[in-house]
Design a protein around this ligand. Structure first.
Ligand code: C2E
Ligand code: CA
Ligand code: CA
Length: 642
């Protein structure tokens, strides 16, 4: 067993810990809901907030440990290890971990197998304790979703600890104030300091709005009074891009302006807070109706939508809102806010500038996602994925130029699932890169076969997961895949979106540049829907713009969509990149796009996503030697075995 490390700043850390006035017999009931929710939402039997003293640890709150006699020596504590790390510590199976396999908490009655813990920091940055969840069976995966939930809860625990610290130091200052008058006066100054501290602890310094801590406190006291309440969470879409493109000073100004606009919308009847980088929250106490709150959400979106002038530049930003009501959706503050958060995630998935009111099914979806992960594991090992191919057509003469590979999951019970049903779970879990590698290999195998069958210049489009771009050696992998299948680089077009690529990640940029230099095509998917479009065109080695189908859909009826299409085609022209329009569903759209000079099209008009054999049949791609129709189909599908 390995003893936990002791940090160089240990003395200061212990001093920071003493400022909370906690001890073994001073648990903090404020933390009870945090551990209860942690255990429930992460489906763990045990959760605790563990404070780490010099030679022992003590539980400020815990659930699931009532009938176990826990060994509280620091030397055996998992959390004592976690506080030596800057972020999350996960132990999938303690019996297989060097540090813990012979730890009495593992071999004894506590029976820890899985552990995940996040350090909790004092305002000076000392890790005073940790929030942890524990299972008595090993868990191979702790998904990104689950990690994010635990981080949110750790933030919540840290906020509550901070509240405790401020209260405790105010109490001790008052105590000093009780001392006889001949005592020197610093206690009074200290009290003023404490007032100031109190104010600072409750205010977001940048915007002057309430901060996360005081927001939760207000929600709590509201709910404790039994009043009705509505929460509107507001998240800015594409704020990171503004920050990257215009700098942090401009980003800060924009945030202040958003705060000001939200206050205007809400007026005196609600609280506006900034609870994260680009996340704002509104609390409406006793709103006259649910509709009133949804109107506030819509007004918030509209107010943020109006352009902001920052340093002479006109900046446009959109926002999404998630709404939840108490006591209708939850009676407890964290639960209420986390329901609003689920609604916000849903709103964002619907596109920019949307708002969504929580419905209980959103929770079921989260559970389904977790289940999905176990199943995804099986899908990978049992090859349940297949690729379909959607034709891409040159508009001037109607010839086939290539196809986009689109994944489907042949689920043994639920039938063929489209990406919307499983990509969110896949992308947030550990299997995205594995599946991405399979898609690439499979699509290249298919392209190579069809090229051998005479579709000489056939080009295959392959969508990337963001995991493929941000970890590992994408360029190396792509180039070796091409080589393995004997394909020239121009036979492949990688499709990236703002979501997968444009995270200001140098590693991703370099991989794409290397691919581009080798001759692989790089298409910017869903072009026109994001904020970063124009600035990223300059930075990224794009060879083709894929005009998003929403614009094609509206181009004949809505002037605005038609001008977006025209603008994209103009942009493509000046950047000398090629163009393809997605979602072409009828001849009128095709003709309009052709007239505007768009080079290629993809959409139901030319063909839906098809199995390899149907694709080959319809587009007359056949082996050079005459084969029977049956063998032809069999060989086509062999390239795509699942
Ligand atoms: P996408 O890359 O924008 O793919 C185009 C989507 O538009 C496909 O949906 C396609 O079926 C649909 N579509 C094509 N033509 C039309 C049309 O004329 N009208 C309408 N309404 N829709 C049309 P699909 O197959 O459901 O895929 C959805 C998304 O899932 C894709 O959007 C892509 O982002 C992702 N995806 C699919 N396969 C893969 C994959 O192998 N890897 C990765 N990383 N993502 C994939
Ligand atoms: Ca695509
Ligand atoms: Ca697309």
């Amino acid at each position: 067993m390995k003893c936990p490390p002791i940090l160089a700043s240990e003395e200061l850390r212990l001093e920071a810990l003493s400022a909370y006035g906690l001890s073994e017999d001073q648990a903090l009931p404020d933390l009870d809901p945090v551990v209860r929710i942690a255990a429930r939402v992460l489906d763990m039997p045990v959760a605790a907030v563990n404070m780490i003293a010099s030679d022992h640890v003590f539980l400020a709150a815990s659930t699931g440990l009532d009938d176990v006699d826990v060994d509280l020596r620091r030397e055996v504590s998992f959390c004592a290890h976690a506080i030596a790390q800057s972020g999350l510590m996960v132990v999938p199976d303690a019996t297989l971990d060097e540090r813990f396999h012979d730890n009495p908490l593992v071999s004894g009655p506590a029976g820890i197998r899985f552990y995940a813990g996040i350090p909790l920091f004092s305002p000076q940055g000392h890790a005073v304790g940790a929030l942890c969840v524990i299972d008595r069976k090993p868990r191979a995966h702790f998904t990104r979703d689950e990690q994010a939930r635990l981080r949110d809860l750790a933030q919540m625990a840290a906020d509550r600890l901070e509240l405790r610290r401020v209260e405790f130091s105010t109490q001790s200052a008052e105590h000093e104030d009780d001392k006889p008058a001949f005592q020197p006066s610093p206690a009074v100054d200290r009290l003023n300091d404490e007032d100031e501290l109190h104010r600072l602890a409750n205010t977001d310094i940048l915007t002057g709005l309430a901060n996360r801590l005081s927001f939760y406190r207000r929600v709590e006291s509201n709910l404790a009074r039994g009043s009705r309440a509505a929460i509107v969470l507001v998240d800015l879409d594409g704020f990171k891009d503004v920050n990257n493109a215009l700098g942090h000073v401009a980003g800060d100004r924009l945030l202040c302006e958003v705060g000001r606009r939200l206050k205007n919308v809400v007026g005196a009847v609600g609280t506006v807070a900034r609870i994260g980088g680009d996340e704002f929250a509104i609390l409406l106490s006793d709103p006259p109706s649910h509709e009133h709150a949804t109107r506030v959400a819509r007004a918030a979106i509209a107010s943020i939508d109006a352009p902001v002038i920052v340093d002479g530049d006109e900046v446009r930003i959109a926002a999404s809102c998630g709404v939840a009501f108490a006591p209708f959706h939850a009676r407890e503050a964290f639960e209420l806010v986390s329901n609003a958060d689920l609604a916000l995630v849903k709103a964002k998935s619907l596109g920019r500038g949307q708002s969504f009111v929580f419905v209980p099914e959103l929770r079921t979806e989260v559970v389904a996602r977790r289940l999905n992960l176990v199943e995804l594991d099986r899908a990978v090992s049992d090859s349940e994925f297949v690729l379909l191919y959607q034709p891409q057509i040159r508009l001037s003469d109607g010839t086939l130029t290539g196809a986009e590979a689109l994944i489907r999951w042949r689920h043994p019970q639920r039938g063929v699932l489209s990406p919307a049903a499983f990509l969110p779970a896949l992308e947030s879990g550990p299997l995205a890169a594995t599946v991405g590698t399979w898609v690439l290999d499979q699509a290249c195998a298919q392209a190579a076969l069809w090229r051998r069958w005479g579709a000489e210049h056939f080009r295959m489009g392959v969508n990337l997961f963001s995991a493929q771009l941000h970890v590992g050696d994408l360029a190396g992998e792509v180039l070796s895949t091409l080589e393995r299948h004997g394909l020239p680089p121009e036979a492949l077009e990688i499709e990236i979106t703002e979501h997968t690529a444009f995270d200001d990640d140098q590693h991703a940029l370099e991989a794409l540049q290397r691919l581009r230099q080798s001759g692989v095509g790089i298409a910017f998917d869903d072009f026109g829907t994001g904020y970063a479009s124009l600035s990223s065109l300059k930075r990224y080695p794009i060879t083709r713009l894929k005009i998003d189908r929403s614009f094609v859909h509206g181009m004949l009826d809505a002037n605005q969509d038609a001008s977006v299409v025209r603008a994209i085609l103009g942009m493509a022209d000046s950047f000398r990149v090629q163009t393809i329009a997605e979602g072409v569903e009828n001849e009128k759209q095709r003709d309009a796009l052709t007239d505007l000079g768009c080079e290629e099209g993809q959409g139901y008009l030319f063909g839906r996503p098809l199995s390899a054999s149907k694709f080959a049949g319809i587009f007359g791609i056949a082996p050079p030697l005459p084969l029977s129709q049956d063998r032809l189909y069999a060989e086509a599908d062999n390239a795509n075995p699942s």
